[in-house]
Design a protein around this ligand. Structure first.
Ligand code: BG6
Length: 484
């Protein structure tokens, strides 16, 4: 349903995220009737642009990132009318705040104010302070912080402290767009609305869990950011650990934000810390070399960058959770740029029977939760081969594609999250202690990699990653999903 009228003030409004994700997401929610006519989106960035020029850029963004059959001229016009632009350096007290103030003053007092920080995270504190000094932070104002929050625990603490001086914790919305993905939220529904599934959701029946976020793109125009970040900070510390939390958490007391976050943070705190041996055996980092991406020849990471670099574009890890439910179950996590296929998925590999009644050993049953693309579920089970009178087995797969089954468009994660911040509904955002626990767990990995205690491997663009990642699984008799 429609949210209350809002002013959404975006810092970093000329950036890639705003154009690619935020503006199209607002457009889709307007088209769904969820955005009231008197809502406004106020872009701010340093560039001195006329409002009309910014509106033209917004139109181009919609042209590029909205499906052609969803691009309706009258709706686009209505959308562009909601858009304003203020040239402002939010991190500078001496910048020209007057225009933003007078624009905000035009709105009635009850208009909900959301500040969205899509800038470098080290500016979040300064922007918050300036907003406060200018008297723009009302009691109910919310702030949305894009990830990554810092580059390690100390910088995350600092940013959270600085922002926390001017915004109450329950008005701070730390975004992790993976939580906005419908199929990620589905993990909660699947587990806790189906007791039959939850009954086998433990080390007793599960052999391993794989969480993959594979991308075919390279670092695109983002090398300046990415080379300081790398796949571990960019994807694992946040998105993949959040997915892991939902797969592994105990049933929360309710679907209230704190109940769900309490359950998630317990998982993060139960991750077994990486020690020296595990850092060597259970972490793999790599960089892509020249190869093919979707049939097109592409350069390697270092060629793209034009200099040497110790930044990984590939990560594979074996995580373990020290609690009675998960003792001994490996959680394999991997993510990378320039892999063979774009796919994010969770693969639950159930144990095969220890002894076999049949002429052959039954294979593991796999439950695959396809996060994207092709959102859906598949479950492979052993069945009897009808052409064999000796009980030979064959795999049968139950498969459902959600958008076909339910005949709906699967929305982009940002659509839901942007409006949840207006609603003041934080369950799909990250609490401060989660950010900290996640940084704490990745810290030894970051340190060992920075000190080159784990060698950098290479993989060809368009492949499934370095052979060392295959070996990591083979050492325990496991294989990655694509090889199963
Ligand atoms: C972002 C990362 O958070 O997630 C990007 O910064 C990455 O590097 C993106 O490409 C992946 O998101 P999605 O939704 O396409 O899986």
């Amino acid at each position: 349903q429609q949210v209350k009228p809002f002013d959404y003030i975006i810092f970093g409004a000329t950036g890639d995220l705003t154009m690619r994700k935020l503006l199209p997401a607002f457009y889709y929610r307007l088209s769904a009737g969820q955005v009231p006519h008197n809502a406004r989106i106020i872009g701010t960035a340093r560039s001195p642009l006329e409002r009309s020029v910014y509106q033209d850029r917004a139109r181009d963004a919609l042209k590029r990132f909205v499906q052609p059959h969803d691009f309706h001229e009258d709706l686009v016009e209505q959308f562009l009318n909601m858009i304003h632009y203020v040239s402002l350096d939010g991190s500078k007290a001496e910048s020209n705040w007057e225009n933003l103030r007078s624009l905000l003053n035009e709105s009635p007092q009850e208009q909900i104010r959301v500040f969205y920080f899509a800038t470098a995270p080290n500016l979040y504190g300064a922007i918050s302070e300036n907003l406060h000094k200018e008297g723009l932070v009302t009691e109910e104002s919310r702030v949305v912080l894009e990830k990554p929050i810092g580059i390690d625990l100390a910088s995350a603490d600092q940013i959270n402290n600085e922002v926390g001086r001017f915004f109450k914790e329950n008005n701070v919305f730390r975004i992790d767009h993976y939580l906005g993905k419908e199929t990620v939220q589905d993990v909660i529904a699947l587990r806790f609305a189906n007791p039959a599934l939850e009954a086998v959701w433990s080390a007793k029946y599960i052999q391993s869990v794989q969480i993959t976020a594979a991308e075919t793109v390279g670092v695109e125009g983002r090398a300046a950011y990415y080379d300081h970040s790398g796949a571990l900070r960019d994807m694992v510390q946040n998105h993949l650990l959040q997915v892991l939390c939902l797969v592994a958490m105990e049933q929360p007391a309710s679907l209230e934000a704190d109940a769900v976050r309490d359950a998630k943070v317990k998982v993060l705190q139960s991750l077994r810390p990486m020690d020296e041996t595990r850092l060597k055996n259970d972490t793999v980092r790599g960089q892509y070399t020249a190869g093919q991406s979707n049939g097109i020849a592409v350069p390697g990471y270092l060629q793209e960058l034009g200099e040497s670099s110790n930044t990984e574009t590939y990560v594979a890890l074996r995580a373990e959770i020290d609690n009675p439910r998960w003792n001994g179950v490996p959680f394999y996590i991997r993510t990378a740029k320039r892999l063979k296929q774009k796919v994010s998925e969770i693969v639950i590999r159930f144990k095969a029977p220890e002894t076999s009644l049949f002429p052959q050993q039954p294979r593991s049953s796999l439950l695959v939760i396809r996060i994207q693309p092709d959102e859906g579920l598949s479950w492979s089970l052993e069945t009897k081969n009808p052409l064999d009178d000796n009980f030979a087995l064959q795999k049968a797969t139950l498969d459902v594609n959600f958008s076909k089954a339910f005949d709906v468009r699967y929305p982009d994660a940002y659509e839901r999250l942007l409006l949840d911040a207006v609603r003041g509904y934080p369950v799909l955002f990250i609490r401060r202690d989660e950010v900290e626990a996640a940084w704490r767990w990745v810290a030894p990995i970051m340190e060992a990699w920075a000190n080159n205690e784990v060698p950098m491997t290479e993989y060809k663009a368009g492949s499934w990653g370095p052979k060392q990642a295959e070996e990591m699984l083979a050492a325990r008799g496991d294989v990655w999903h694509e090889d199963m």
